[in-house]
Ligand binder design. Structure first.
Ligand code: ZN
Length: 260
């Protein structure tokens, strides 16, 4: 079992206090250290990774943990696969000094879907404490707030995305692409258990009286009310608008609707 540094343990407690409705997933995530990663990330198997040397302030780090939990809850990896969202941005030539790099110093290729998911999650997170220059927001791209990842992706495809220099790499939880630093194979939780964690979290979100960032209320409603097949609605909206952009594509679902 890995011993986590004090700042990280404090960050989890802080996340738990500031975003109490996600406690179920917060304590279910397996956590692994990745020295040199220079960020936090998660995979689509309920595993989280972080650089123990970040030493971020607990409240700021707590917001980043919350951000990663949302990628996992909202199934951004699965949704990227459903929409075949594979567009990316490569580092310009010459590579600016500030361009984000991986653990081995290689310039990162930034997935457009990862950006889209970040914009959707971070819409209302700007007002919460977070590490400086580590988060992107819709206004940085001149987009409006409160859109879905699908809608932001569509906008990003239409617009030449700015050559951003902020690290956007949240792991396969964000876009479905496996990273080198992620553990292989399935995680500790089965698919059924993952769905249970989502359901319990959705119940907590629905009961929470205050505001919740990242479109969580809408997500919770879709999980708890099977009459609203949320991902299908999104896919339908997307298939109508994205076909114009990306040509003829089939956005059919291979995954059964497990909530019905
Ligand atoms: Zn992210």
């Amino acid at each position: 079992m890995e011993i986590h540094p004090e700042w990280f343990q404090a960050a989890k407690v802080s996340c738990c206090r500031d975003y109490p409705y996600i406690n179920e997933i917060l304590w279910q995530l397996e956590v692994h250290q990745r020295p040199g990663l220079n960020t936090m990330a998660a995979d689509d198997q309920f595993r989280m990774y972080y650089d123990p040397n970040l030493n971020w302030a607990p409240k700021e780090a707590g917001t980043v943990i919350f951000h990663e939990c949302l990628h996992v809850l909202l199934q951004h990896g699965d949704r990227a696969r459903v929409h075949n969202a594979t567009a990316y941005i490569e580092a310009p030539d010459p590579i600016p000094e500030t361009w984000p790099r991986d653990q081995n110093g290689n310039p990162l290729i930034i997935s457009l879907w990862n950006i889209a998911g970040d914009l959707a999650i971070n819409t209302k997170l700007a007002n919460y404490p977070h590490p400086k220059d580590r988060m992107i927001y819709p206004k940085m791209y001149s987009f409006k707030d409160d859109l879905t990842a699908e809608e932001y992706y569509e906008l990003l495809l239409k617009k030449n995305p700015p050559k951003q220099q902020i690290r956007v790499d949240c792991g396969s939880c964000a876009d479905g692409n496996k990273r080198d630093y992620e553990k292989p194979g399935p995680g500790r939780l089965s698919k059924t258990e993952q769905d249970m964690v989502r359901k319990v979290t959705a119940e907590a979100v629905a009961k929470y009286a205050g505001d919740t960032p990242g479109g969580l209320k809408e997500w919770a409603e879709s999980i708890l009310n099977p009459k609203i097949p949320w991902t299908r609605i999104l896919a339908r909206i997307l298939s109508q608008s994205m076909e114009k952009v990306a040509g003829q594509q089939d956005y059919s679902y291979s995954r059964p609707n497990r909530h019905s």
